[in-house]
Ligand binder design. Structure first.
Ligand code: ZN
Length: 273
């Protein structure tokens, strides 16, 4: 057993630079830099500690992947509780580039792939199984965004579009922003045999060999192009397909669940804790 496969004390195995924590039976990871922000609550939930069984075990928060809905709702409740409460905001993620503000319109989840809020009650929740969830926080304007960026989102630069919306709608200044790029398909497993059709040539320099792409670097570059300082960006660096002990992987498992990446602004009571 080498260094990279040796389990750590919590039994999660190596979690790279991410902090790990157990809350109410759920195992979650946090970005060290974002954890130091008193104005932000965030967590990357693993699949550990939920009610789902079989290929969806355990903490699947995705409806529509074939899991029993009552179990999914129970899991969503556990996530909400582990975050200390708040109003969960889900999206109907479409691999598009629509960015919405939470609290606009109906209670039904919006068809969108990024959501922004300045309301401390809101818990922005992105569901993933190989795609990236990217959290962007502005501690000055007190605004947070959670972005779903699969390869289509990466190609379309939904990250840049979200930061542009934060600037336009909330007056955010890029130099104040900080970001975390969640566990997702790593360069080790992001194989695109049809990349000539799927990925524009302008992005081929992210190809690390025959047909594997480094989407983590692409996201860092998109954040930087939007004005976020490199030292204010953290990448989890955990590949979902390599780590199905912790995460769901669509590529690795096909029939599988979705894990939750949650971000919200701290409420007064959170800051007093
Ligand atoms: Zn991998």
């Amino acid at each position: 057993m080498n260094e990279s496969t040796r389990p750590n004390k919590c039994g999660l195995g190596p979690t790279g630079s991410m902090l790990h924590e157990e809350r109410q039976g759920l195992a979650l990871l946090r970005f060290p830099m974002l954890s130091a922000e008193p104005g932000l609550r965030h967590a990357v939930f693993t699949r550990i500690g939920g009610a789902s069984r079989g290929p969806y075990s355990e903490l699947n928060v995705g409806l529509g992947a074939g899991d029993q809905p009552d179990r999914v709702w129970e899991n969503r409740k556990r996530v909400q509780r582990a975050m200390g409460g708040g109003r969960p905001v889900f999206l109907r993620q479409r691999h598009g580039v629509r960015v919405v503000l939470s609290g606009n319109g109906s209670a039904a989840p919006e068809l969108a792939d990024a959501v922004i809020t300045d309301r401390p009650e809101d818990l922005l929740l992105i569901q993933v199984a190989d795609c990236q969830a990217v959290i962007v926080h502005d501690p000055v304007r007190r605004v947070v965004a959670n972005i779903h960026s699969g390869w289509r989102g990466s190609v379309a630069d939904i990250i840049g579009k979200t930061v542009a919306t934060m600037k336009r709608r909330f007056g955010c200044r890029p130099q104040h922003l900080m970001a975390g790029v969640g566990p997702s398909l790593g360069p080790c497993c992001a194989e695109f045999v049809h990349y000539r059709k799927e990925i524009p040539p302008a992005l081929w320099h992210y190809k690390i060999d025959e047909n594997h792409f480094d989407f983590w670097s692409m996201s860092v570059d998109q954040l930087r192009a939007a004005g976020v300082a490199g030292r204010r960006i953290q990448v989890a660096g955990l590949c979902t397909r390599c780590r199905t002990d912790l995460f769901y992987s669509y590529r690795g498992e096909k029939t599988t669940g979705r894990f939750a990446v949650v971000a919200g602004l701290a409420r007064d009571e959170d800051q007093r804790r």
